[in-house]
Design a protein around this ligand. Sequence first.
Ligand code: PEP
Ligand code: MG
Length: 580
Amino acid sequence: MTLCLQGTRITSGVAIGPVHIIKQHDFEVTEYSIHKNFLQEEVSRYKKAHNNAKNHLDSVLNNIPQSTPSEITAFIHSHLLMLDDEMLSDAPVEIILKQQCNAEWALKIQRDSIVSIFDAMEDDYLRTRRDDVDHVVKTIMQNLLSGAVHHGVHHSQEQRFSGHVIVADDISPSELVLMQHQGIAAFVTQTGGPTSHTAIIARSLNIPAIAGIHNIYTLLHETETIIVDGRFGLVLTNIDDEALHHYHRLRREQQIQLKRYKEFPHLPAITDDGIEINISANIELAEEIPLMHEMGANGIGLYRTEYLFMNRSTTPSEEEQFLAYANVLMQLKDKPLTIRTLDLGSDKQVDSGKQPSHTITNPAMGLRAIRLCLNDLSLFIPQLRAILRVSALGSVKMMIPMLSNINELQQVLRLIQTTQSTLQKESIKFDPDMHIGGMIEVPAAAICAEMFAAELDFLSIGTNDLIQYTLAIDRTDDEVNYLYDPLHPAVLKLIAQTIAAGQQAGIPVTMCGEMAGDPRYTKLLLGLGLQEFSMHPNSHPPIKKIIPLCNTRKLRRQVKRLLKSNNHTEFINQIEKLLC
Ligand code: PEP
Ligand code: MG
């Protein structure tokens, strides 16, 4: 009989495919090819990690309390002996040199070969020693991964994920981009939430996905065929013929629907009372631009540049960034492009060591986005130069993420001015009037929105973070996802305040968080006075269908009453009238 597992919906697609399980720290490392000039450096990196692992075990042994049972001490001794064995001290070095690959990959290959020897043993006791191998390898691997700096480019991966449903504890945004290139059918994770960056990428790339299925490794098994029903956050296992037949038909229907959406007429989005609403697109990768045109977007309201920095071992140079941004701009055919400066950190990590190397307790509240850029000008200035240079080629705006205080904004504006002066001295062209906007995604910035509005050309509300920070819930933590509420009165008041601040200052206010692309909230947002929306292109057709049915004057009156209500029941009654 078909079994159903309930999780949290990430994307609404449906997929059918065999399971491929990835366990955290299960040596699912990425393969890089290393240029021959850097091979010795890679060898040193391996030796250093190996040495650190040894020092770690030595210090455990030295600090072990007297009362520790002798079996435990013997156990650590045996791990030290294993570390000293040439199988782990020399063989990975030979693999690095011979295959010209990164240290992690060499260690993984060596581990797999040792484990296969143990697996073939008849003796049960010896077979269990493979766990010891894994422990020791893990200690070296953790040392390698914590200080990873490689010199190389991605090796072309074999298509081992093609058509599979990936089952994992968690998947990072950069891993998902790689997996999409390898043709995964869907993914299911134990952790994560609907507005994590991985979830946003899944929606952009149209990958069916579900998060928050606990005990995933016990419930799902390698190679078994499962169904992922993103509409309801369900995973179906042990599928019978009837269910299989039903879901194959559903998938075909979804594909036809998607095709219909692409043929959706490109009419402007005008409300019943004649207000034209600007609908732009959010993109992460240049590959999404054709879809953006198919959906008739007015331009790009949010280009998340951090994806250019992922899945590589070095940061892109100014020139590389300039070419990438120019390529996006050229494909826009005169439509405007809003480039957001780097928003790295928190759940968006890169391999190039451009984030704090130590463990951070609250990464979402730490050195992230503009804070990271101001902390490391070698990261920020090349991006500012690249964006300014592209501004000479067409309609480009720059947007700063995660502003929380005015001094920070003034520092950014000064840096932009200095960069403009340098470019001028170098006779490099840029648009001196390029619009600079700020993301309002920290409650402090929303509360003081009029101060930010006074210094900027536009504001953009990032509801994903604004909700996370206002309600004190980590957007990637499935255990508190149930508290993630775009309709919380505090959130709505901050949005209303930001829109009012923009209107008073006479500058546009747009919304580029996931809330803008959710048709349930369109009426409410129009009533809050929002006239510019930016969302993933896939969300355009349903939103464009709703807009002509709305009368903004009437909705504004309704929202005014809603924001005045101090009574929870009254608030709920009013809000229900404003949802689609
Ligand atoms: C947001 O926070 O709403 C936003 C658009 O930025 P990101 O999702 O990239 O953090
Ligand atoms: Mg954000």
